[in-house]
Design a binder for this molecule. Structure first.
Ligand code: ASP
Length: 333
């Protein structure tokens, strides 16, 4: 009888220990809406508009995390919101290639099991991040491209749209400027979200139209797992934005994770090392990353004059920033 009582008590202690280890209640989220562009061209009205939409995206993510949703679902939902918002270079409002056609890339990664899904060069999937999620959940593959990715998305019941759905007046104008040589192709407006949920799981999701004026069929860093998108519960979840060719060559997101795993660097030290010591000396037009680690530490590191960003953690700190060095703190409740 006594032995039975001890066994039951031990079991209860073990169950409660494992629950508290799993449900640590800590959560954090960081969002980006791209880096790059000249701060002098940003009007106050445009900045306020970006801030408004970043805040809306942030609030979607925060309420999901507070309700105990998974980091994976949170990052996907937040990226959905940003894909549907015409301000950003993802989904509606995406940039065009040199022929005036939108070709979209997206990726999502689950830090709890290193599963990942991505699509590249899709021309008609309304929300590419949803297709990426289905590649991860419903196939044995990581990356589907072009028409194959589209027909997979259609079979899975995702909404397909005509290519012109993604166009906005601003993007048509921008493409004309690039073709006539009046504007340089510049990374701007890609979207991403990284999150830590209350169960200690990390996830990263990124979606983009790529670089404006890119060549047909060009694939950037976003759907290349380890370059623009990466998540590993034992290190960090990372989403990048910038000139993708450099991000691919430096395997930016994985490099940050690897510096943490193999050299024991903190998240912020690893991110600074990669952006300022590895990417900077290579040239290119720059960019940045957002990241979160299992302890709800966050990083928003960029080598450009602006990166659209928003963040919040379980501790109650939350804010939005567009220009470098200028951040606005917000109250979540
Ligand atoms: N990284 C994206 C790409 O190269 C562009 C961006 O971040 O704006 O496709």
């Amino acid at each position: 009888m006594k032995l039975q009582k001890i066994a039951i008590t031990t079991l209860a202690v073990l169950v409660s220990l494992s629950l508290s280890a799993k449900q640590n209640g800590k959560w954090a989220i960081v969002i980006h809406g791209g880096a790059g562009g000249a701060p002098r061209n940003l009007t106050e009205a445009a900045k306020i508009n970006y801030e408004k939409h970043l805040e809306e995206a942030l609030r979607i993510g925060v309420s999901m995390l507070e309700n105990g949703e998974s980091a994976l679902n949170v990052t996907q939902k937040v990226v959905n919101y940003l894909e549907d918002c015409p301000l950003f270079n993802a989904g509606k409002g995406a940039v065009m290639n040199i022929d005036g056609i939108h070709e979209l890339d997206a990726a999502i990664m689950d830090g709890s099991n290193l599963k990942a899904g991505a699509v590249a060069g899709v021309r008609d999937v309304k929300n590419p991040i949803n297709a990426a999620r289905l590649v991860m959940d419903s196939t044995s593959h990581v990356l589907l491209i072009g028409e194959g990715a589209s027909s997979f998305a259609a079979k899975m019941g995702l909404e397909l749209v005509p290519n012109q759905y993604f166009s906005t007046k601003a993007r048509v104008e921008q493409n004309r400027e690039i073709i006539t040589g009046r504007e340089k192709s510049d990374p701007r407006g890609t979207v991403g979200c990284v999150a830590l949920d209350q169960n200690g799981n990390l996830a990263a999701a990124t979606s983009t139209g790529g670089m404006s004026g890119k060549k047909w069929g060009r694939v950037g860093d976003v759907p290349v797992i380890g370059a623009g998108t990466y998540a590993n519960n034992s290190t960090a979840a990372i989403s990048g934005t910038g000139h993708g060719e450099f991000w691919i060559r430096r395997v930016v997101a994985f490099d940050i994770s690897a510096l943490m795993e193999y050299k024991g660097l903190s998240l912020i030290d690893a991110a600074n090392e990669v952006i300022f010591k590895k990417i900077d000396p290579m040239g290119g037009s720059g960019g940045g990353i957002i990241a979160v680690d299992p302890n709800a530490n966050i990083a928003m590191v960029f080598n450009t004059g602006m990166m659209h960003r928003a963040w919040a953690t379980y501790k109650g700190d939350a804010g939005i920033g567009v220009l470098k060095g200028q951040e606005k703190f917000i109250l979540l409740k």
